[in-house]
Design a protein around this ligand. Structure first.
Ligand SMILES: [Mg+2]
Length: 253
């Protein structure tokens, strides 16, 4: 079987058997200084809802918690939160079996980060993980990284770099790549829209699927923080979330 790079037209024509994965921040929702204020841009939700009736699978894969994502996305979507630690489908709210025992540690560490972190750092307590943000104060990036390293060393949590932030995660081997591979089932073709470091793992998963004979489409939304590794892999480059909406609308035509 020979895998090939798809076009958007191919994806539209084969939608019934296809899986479409999308990141949330920077893809559906424009990046804003206050992470809690990030909302899907105009037309995004209507287009997504329309696609759920045409595609085999439409799924959001995000580092955000489900408690946030489910408030801002249509009910009929499959949503993976916290880089795969939790998932919401039509009939299930699933949590990784090893995630629960870390919630107390996360709670303690979030409290310590609040009191010990540098001025300008904001702590996002996400239940089964936490994020230390410095988007509002880029100059403190190194200090935040140091603070995160100390908190990680004392708790057993692991650090992951993210966009203008550092994530502290339970030491559980999940990422957007392993999550995509778990969710994709037999769907073919498979497309993913991503923009940041956390999406690199998902694009590697697409490489794996392509090597195994599936047709894939790697769509990258390029912004100031998009890593070169993602841009280099792109089959299609978009400039902002508004162009993602245009793509979604065109897939629904
Ligand atoms: Mg993103």
């Amino acid at each position: 079987m020979t895998a090939s790079v798809l076009t958007v037209d191919d994806l539209r024509e084969r939608a019934g058997s296809a899986a479409l994965f999308l990141d949330y921040d920077g893809v559906l929702a424009p990046i804003v200084d206050d992470p809690s204020a990030a909302r899907p841009g105009p037309g995004a939700l209507a287009a997504l809802s329309e696609l759920t009736s045409r595609f085999g699978l439409v799924a959001i894969v995000s580092g955000r918690p489900l408690s946030f994502l489910s408030q801002h996305l249509p009910d009929n979507l499959v949503v993976s939160g916290l880089y795969g630690l939790e998932r919401l489908t039509a009939d299930e709210h699933w949590q990784h079996p090893q995630a629960g025992v870390w919630r107390e540690t996360i709670h303690d560490i979030a409290g310590r980060a609040e009191t010990r972190g540098p001025a300008g750092m904001t702590v996002e307590h996400k239940g089964a993980s936490l994020t230390l943000h410095y988007r509002a104060a880029p100059a403190i990036g190194a200090e935040v990284a140091r603070c995160a390293a100390e908190l990680a060393a004392s708790s057993g949590l692991v650090m992951r770099d993210a966009k203008m932030s550092v994530e502290l995660h339970p030491p559980i081997e999940v990422d957007k790549g392993s999550t995509l591979l778990e969710m994709v089932e037999d769907h073919n073709p498979v497309a993913m829209v991503g923009d940041d470091l956390g999406d690199v793992a998902a694009f590697r998963a697409l490489d794996e699927l392509a090597a195994a004979g599936r047709d894939v489409l790697r769509i990258v939304v390029r912004n100031d923080e998009t890593p070169a590794e993602l841009v280099d892999r792109a089959d299609l480059l978009l400039n902002d979330p508004a162009e993602v909406v245009e793509l979604l609308v065109s897939l629904a035509e």
